[in-house]
Design a protein around this ligand. Sequence first.
Ligand code: 5AD
Ligand code: SF4
Length: 468
Amino acid sequence: MENALSKKLYIKTYGCQMNVYDSGRMLDSLKPLGFELITPAIQACEQDETEQDKYLFSDADMVILNTCHIREKASEKVYAELGRIRMAKEARAKLGHEMIIAVAGCVGQAEGEEIFRRAPFVDIVVGPQSYQNLPKMIGEVRRKGKLVDLEFPEMSKFDALPDISESPISAFLSIQEGCDKFCTFCVVPYTRGAEYSRPVSDIYREALAYVAHGAKEITLLGQNVNAFHGEGPDGTIWDLGVLIRHIAKIEGLERIRYSTSHPRDMHDSLFAAHAEIDKLMPFVHLPVQSGSDTILKAMNRQHTAEFFLKHIERLRKDNPDIQFSSDFIVGFPGETEAHFEETMELIKTVGFAQAYSFKYSQRPGTPGAEMENQVPEDVKSNRLERMQQLLRQQQLAFNQASVGKTMPVLFFKKGKHPGQVIGKTPYLQSVHVKTDKEIMNRICEVELVSAGANSLEGKLVENIFTQI
Ligand code: 5AD
Ligand code: SF4
């Protein structure tokens, strides 16, 4: 630890892509202190420990758990993980080495000081709006001991963070944070705070930096990203559609995505962007949560099933190739079999290329947790299983319908087998290709030759290098 040039940083990221972005920015802010990442890459993981984790923990001068509080016993899982890290910290201490442990993200925000009570070996607790203070906190921790920072500061964290210093081929860019929608099941308005949109010029500068460092795809992120209303360079307020149009002008950038949106915030300019901007990928993640108007009302979603279906229709009319993904919650308080069937009908009506489905989980502090008509666990499990079966069928059908087609695939990762490279289609399908050509970090035309529910096999079409 004394050698300021070689400090090892372990970051474990849970949950959504916003956390992936935040972890990247934490790394950027710690690099000037000499920290180097020892995890292979920053990506969201499952809550389970792996053998690799054990090894990496024991090597780390600093461990950051960037946590998620959205569902199921998130805090308990963090405490369990902290228990494992504690052993590594104690082992290092015996050898005279330091290990600073920080809990960041939404569990940090929700639990606060409680973390020190239950896990006294933790040094820093920092919320999602204050991690720009990490470098300063590390110095203070050494001088004064434990620190917690859960502020929602006046000055945006984005202004305090250093510039982008590297980029994967597919980069996440946070443009909006927080949420004012207050869906009755959701903790986000409490953990991430009120809605805030970054100014367009800052976003544009960051997008340029990512592309200059090799990004070909940028996903614009926000808890409620299509509620974006950032100050434009002309002093007026720009919405997401206008922002996308602007970013699409960046040369070298080939794909634009955005996530996650709310049906209430689909504005005309966003529909127009889908109709007119080729770089905007024809794949929309639009969470609906339920197909029952009664349940949507209890969830305070402020839209009906029909309202959602009209959006799908309109997007399909403008671009017949467009595909959809969504989020569903089963077993929200008061959900009957009939309400659940309405959701199943909606799924059949749309036909999703992919989707996420969850059992309702009572989040402390949210109105849903206080509702009396909670659905029994076994009923929730049964409905989830039926829903996932239907969604899996639809995903498989979509993948199978892609066989025989040629699509541009963005290659970003090595596969398990020699010569195998993994990429993503415009619809975020995983494609495995075997080749001896150098295609990593490129977009190549691929013929899709076979499909399973989770991935496809493809082969490079001739003359790939004329397509790149
Ligand atoms: N229980 C289950 N699922 C939830 N989600 C958010 N809060 C809860 C909860 N309390 C799901 C929603 C949301 C996704 C990110 O997580 O479907 O769209
Ligand atoms: Fe949570 Fe999304 Fe609802 Fe906001 S719109 S409260 S982030 S589910």
